[in-house]
Design a protein around this ligand. Sequence first.
Ligand code: PGA
Length: 255
Amino acid sequence: MKLIVTKDYEEMSKVAAKEISDFINSKPEAVLGLATGGTPKGLYEELIKLNKQEIVDFSNVTSINLDEYIGLSGEHEQSYRYFMDHNFFNYINIDKSKTFVPNGLADNIDLECIEYDKKIAELGGIDLQLLGIGSNGHIGFNEPAEYLYMGTHQTNLAKDTIEANSRFFKSIDEVPRKAITMGIGGIMKAKKIVLLASGENKAEVVKELVSGKITTEVPASMLQMHRDVVIVIDEAAAKFLSLHSGEYIKSSSGL
Ligand code: PGA
């Protein structure tokens, strides 16, 4: 694991944007696994700027998102398709027909999950997977549980997740209870993973992620077994890490 600790959210977003734009420049036809949530918003803003400055080109990139709420259409403001279009895709030169998000309104959700995994395989797998982390340790919507799933599947959202995500809805009752999510296998098969975390409310789970036991009760702890993970977190999220010099890279303002 490569750990980069930045001063604040803004710098975290810039460092992650550089990591991703450098990756695309080395592989212009990259397949990017993308994430939603409050955490990557700043990163997407930075990537939009880099695209406008012609520092990064998305014209040959394909994207495939981690998850989607079941029951929301892509036009619903809280759906993840809507999030991606309105926070990122509408402002960059990506071909929208090469952006994939699970269909939360599919008639047959199990079939949708199978097709989603087929799509990932057809694309040749994910080159770089972007992740946030839930304060309960989830990645995508792989919630803490006795066991985890390899493939894309439908899942019930954990109580913590419904509460955390209710900040985006008018009331907690409106938060969907079910979602489609890529499985742990889909995530772990990505060639490279970039995980972002910001703020003190993520500090405990970041400690578990970096140095805790590997357990399905903290799905993100599985990432300790991946060969190429870059974790970009701000100082607040790094609060409980006992870091000694040389163990991590502290980003300077020059990135
Ligand atoms: P957040 O969500 O970025 O809104 O904190 C992260 C996650 O649940 O994976």
